[in-house]
Design a protein around this ligand. Structure first.
Ligand code: NCD
Length: 309
């Protein structure tokens, strides 16, 4: 799979065939990681994180290091010239002088797209505000594919903050490009999906349902995608406090779920999945975090035009 020189801003930047190619490569890496240990030798990844991150940044860094490449970057923008008022455009043009590829996370929607337009080096969106997070989606889809073999005919429940949750917007956008997926979107009214996301599902012709009721929806689901209420995107703390514990998945509720349900979560979790779920075989979220590294290895190779062994 070669995507040499391309940017990744939203899942729709990739065709279904390209996504499947990345999953195939990721599965080959899982099966034989040693043979990839040097394929990115001499390549440099820049990680530009204007917002906190654990999994996305570490998995990208681990991915590049495990491919034999190197990493530079910041996780605290105040340690860079950003603190002096440098624009994103100037930052990316500078980073391009040193690195071969960049990953950027920023609180403002559209900012990574703006950066990518200034850059000949591939730029990957690691989350732009409440908009998109395409590499989390690659992680989510690989995890489902490894377990279910594909996406045709599955019912996917998305629960929590569907308004500000960028992982939700990206996951829905990607799944609407497959066939036969059914969506059940579970949220308080105030945190329901933005209209543009709803419109995307309508256009795809896929079935969807919007509800407030997790308990009632649970037995119908093949995948339950839990999300954290995105505190940092709220305008006031009172609304956050009122809504934050609306949905808590615990072992008791899981009794009504299918035996082969997959519980996914992009993480970090706050309260929305009780720790008593962690030992249930249906809890896939830590395996999901691990898959994120493998699919990012495949993505870095593809965007850099590097072939596997
Ligand atoms: C998500 C994000 O940053 O959007 N985290 C992640 O990358 N795994 C989800 C979140 O912060 O709730």
């Amino acid at each position: 799979m070669e995507l040499k020189g391309r940017h990744l801003i939203e899942p729709s930047d990739l065709t279904v065939e390209e996504m499947e190619g990345l999953f195939d490569e990721a599965e080959r890496i899982v099966a034989n990681p040693e043979s990839y240990a040097e394929v990115c030798k001499g390549k440099l990844l820049a990680t530009l994180f204007y917002e906190p991150s654990t999994r996305t940044r570490f998995s990208f860094e681990a991915a590049m290091l495990r491919l034999g490449g190197k990493v530079i970057g910041f996780s605290e923008p105040n340690s860079s010239a950003v603190a002096k008022g440098e624009s994103i455009a100037d930052t990316i043009r500078t980073v391009e002088c040193y690195a071969d590829i960049a990953v950027m996370r920023h609180p403002k929607e559209g900012s990574v797209l703006v950066a990518s337009r200034q850059s000949d080096m591939p730029v990957i969106n690691a989350g732009d505000g409440g908009h998109h997070h395409p590499t989390q989606t690659l992680t989510d889809l690989l995890t489902i594919r490894l377990e279910k073999g594909g996406f045709d005919g599955i019912t996917v429940g998305l629960c929590g903050d569907l308004k500000f949750g960028r992982t939700v917007h990206s996951l829905i956008q990607a799944l609407t490009r497959y066939t036969g997926v059914r969506f059940i979107m579970i949220s308080p009214q105030e945190l329901s999906v933005p209209e543009y996301v709803r419109e995307k599902i309508r256009k795809s012709g896929m079935e969807f349902e919007e509800t407030h009721d997790l308990r009632q929806s649970l037995p119908k689901l093949d995948v339950l995608y839990m999300t954290r209420v995105q505190r940092e995107r709220f305008f006031n703390e009172e609304d956050y406090i009122r809504l934050k514990d609306r949905y808590i998945l615990d072992a008791g509720k899981l009794k009504d779920a299918k035996p082969d349900l997959m519980v996914l979560h992009p993480l970090p979790r706050v309260n929305e999945i009780a720790v008593d779920v962690d030992s249930d075989p249906r809890a896939h979220y830590f395996r999901q975090a691990k898959n994120g590294m493998y699919v990012r290895m495949a993505l870095l190779m593809a965007l850099l035009g590097v072939k596997g062994e």
